[in-house]
Design a protein around this ligand. Structure first.
Ligand code: E4P
Length: 218
């Protein structure tokens, strides 16, 4: 199970990387905008800055929505750094672009996936990763973790190489549920990763250990 951090915030990326458990980063246009990064040149510089922090895959999303635009933009993004994975929306042009990229050995992350059928097309086109959006499905009273499990089962049954990257993770509980569903990767906000550490028995146990040590050593 790999951990990616789902942010374009360099401080958070550094903090997660310093924990020693980070395998990569995912970004999207909303996350880039949240950091106030404007313009093509600044976006590309920011992707390189992220790649220089983390030794792992970094998803950079195309803005173009047509096949020609996606392939042109994706090739430019992939040329920025060897760790860039081109993130492509799950549309007809996106699937065609993923097929093109897989023929050029450019790695891809098929994003905005909400159904097994979309995940099937992504895998058949040769996507490196498929990103089912867990939290956004839960938001509409659907079951995001169930979708992750269905995609894992389908890919296992047919022997697809595409990795299942659980996205739109909102909590530590989501991460554990995605582990149980067999996801290859979870991309998570820093708070959800840190949430895995929280347990009251760890806190009270540590307090007792330190108090007992203090008692005999003072
Ligand atoms: C990452 O690849 C996705 O773009 C991201 O996880 C979406 O998360 P959200 O649904 O919280 O915006």
């Amino acid at each position: 199970m790999k951990f990616f951090i789902d942010t374009a915030n360099l401080e958070q990326i550094k903090e997660a990387n310093d924990m020693g458990v980070l395998d990569g980063v995912t970004t999207n246009p909303t996350l880039m905008a949240r950091e106030g990064i404007k313009g093509e040149e600044n976006c590309r510089k920011h992707y390189v800055d992220i790649c220089n922090i983390v030794n792992g895959d970094v998803s950079a999303e195309v803005i173009a929505t047509d096949y020609e635009g996606m392939t042109r933009e994706g090739e430019e993004l992939a040329a920025l750094h060897q760790n860039i994975v081109v993130k492509v929306p799950c549309t007809a042009d996106g699937i065609k672009a993923i097929k093109y990229f897989s023929g050029k050995n450019i790695r891809t992350n098929c994003t905005l996936v909400f159904s097994p059928g979309q995940a099937l097309l992504a895998a058949k086109a040769g996507a490196t990763y498929v990103s089912p959006f867990v939290g956004r499905l839960d938001d509409i009273s659907s079951d995001g973790v169930e979708l992750v499990g269905k995609i894992v089962d389908m890919y296992t049954f047919y022997g697809f190489d595409t990795r299942v990257l659980a996205a739109s993770i909102r909590s530590a509980q989501h991460i554990i549920q995605c582990v149980e569903a067999g996801a290859d990767v979870a991309t998570c906000p820093l708070a959800a990763i840190k949430g895995l550490l929280k347990h009251p028995l760890t806190d009270s146990g540590l307090a007792t250990f330190l108090a007992d040590h203090q008692q005999v050593n003072s």
